[in-house]
Design a protein around this ligand. Structure first.
Ligand code: SF4
Length: 322
């Protein structure tokens, strides 16, 4: 529950609309919990391949508890556990770990794993596969790495969809990254469907509930706000998408901030209503710090605008709960 703090009467008034849901999703909470439980069970250091989630604050606080973040498995000290990040990994990564008798825990979000399973099933059914996503994002690298090189075509834009030349236009299927803009993805998928009416869609949409809900909640407040601050890392796909969604939904000045220290106060001058949300990898503590920074400069009135309540929880790996 966010409390409004009353400040000096001389300070200008500002209304803050807090989008809800915002911040941590069930996949991020699970990934962080896996690292913390592994530290408790096996002691430090516990290695984590890639940032467990794309948030500097989360990474720094896990480092302080004994987690060591590496980019590749050959940086892991022999005999120590290694955890794969929430974004998922190519099949070659666990295969390498097994070959070298490494003990690993997989913190891949179950909703990303669902896309991996889907990709394998569709490939097994003889489909040519399209992945709608952003090149280089670790989730995309992980999903493309579920199948042999060349088996998945990456499509990033409507232009890509229009120029795509499949080998088997009648045996085509698509999957998507979980953290895309719902609207951009629809435009790309519509372009694919217009060209390939028989293209097979995922059984259930691949954009996850958390991405969808955070976009819905920022859309709800966007047109009413002079500025919107999206708390999150520039590396966080769903945070960057929230800025785009806010702009498209009618806010002229949405921006991404990693924390309260990064707020450009000059850019907020003259604003009477500010929206605040946070990407799925940004902890609520960062939202509280931003609210406190506002309370030091303004008389703030905070109103939470909730579009839905989330109750999703994912199981932890058995190795940690047994
Ligand atoms: S944003 Fe979605 S896919 Fe990514 S970790 Fe959260 S729930 Fe999972």
């Amino acid at each position: 529950m966010v409390q409004a703090r009353v400040t000096e009467p001389a300070r200008p008034r500002i209304e803050i609309l807090l989008a809800a849901p915002r911040g941590f999703c069930a996949g991020v909470e699970r990934a962080i919990q896996i690292v913390e439980m592994a530290l408790a069970k096996y002691g430090a250091p516990v290695f984590v391949r890639h940032e467990i989630v794309h948030n500097r604050h989360v990474v720094t606080s896990l480092e302080a508890k004994g987690a060591v973040f590496v980019e590749e498995l050959d940086e892991v000290t022999a005999g120590r556990p290694v955890i794969f990040s929430a974004h998922g990994v190519p099949k070659s990564v666990p295969a390498h770990a097994r070959e070298h008798n490494m003990f690993y825990l997989d913190a891949t979000c179950p909703l990303v794993s669902k896309v991996h399973v889907e990709a394998a099933r569709l490939h097994g059914d003889g489909c040519e596969l399209v992945l709608v996503g952003h090149a280089g994002h670790p989730e995309v690298v992980g999903t493309m790495g579920q199948l042999p090189a060349g088996a998945i075509h990456l499509i990033e834009t409507v232009g890509d969809a229009l120029s795509f030349a499949p080998h088997a236009p009648d045996r085509l299927a698509y999957i998507t990254q979980t953290t895309l803009s719902v609207e951009d993805t629809k435009a790309i998928v519509d372009a694919l469907k217009a060209r390939f009416p028989n293209i097979i869609a995922p059984r259930k949409g691949d954009i996850c509930y958390a991405t969808t809900n955070r976009q819905e909640s920022v859309k709800r407040i966007a047109a009413e706000c002079d500025n919107i601050l999206v708390i999150g890392s520039p590396k966080s796909s769903n945070s960057v998408r929230l800025v785009e969604v806010a702009r498209r939904a009618g806010c002229n000045n949405p921006c991404l901030v990693e924390s309260a220290e990064n707020i450009d106060w000059q850019a907020l001058e003259g604003a009477s209503r500010i929206g605040i949300t946070a990407g799925a990898s940004a902890p609520e503590l960062l939202v509280t710090e931003v609210l406190n920074a506002f309370a030091e400069r303004y008389q703030i009135e905070v109103r939470e605008v909730e579009v839905t309540r989330e109750t999703v929880q994912f199981k932890l790996p058995r190795a940690l709960t047994a």
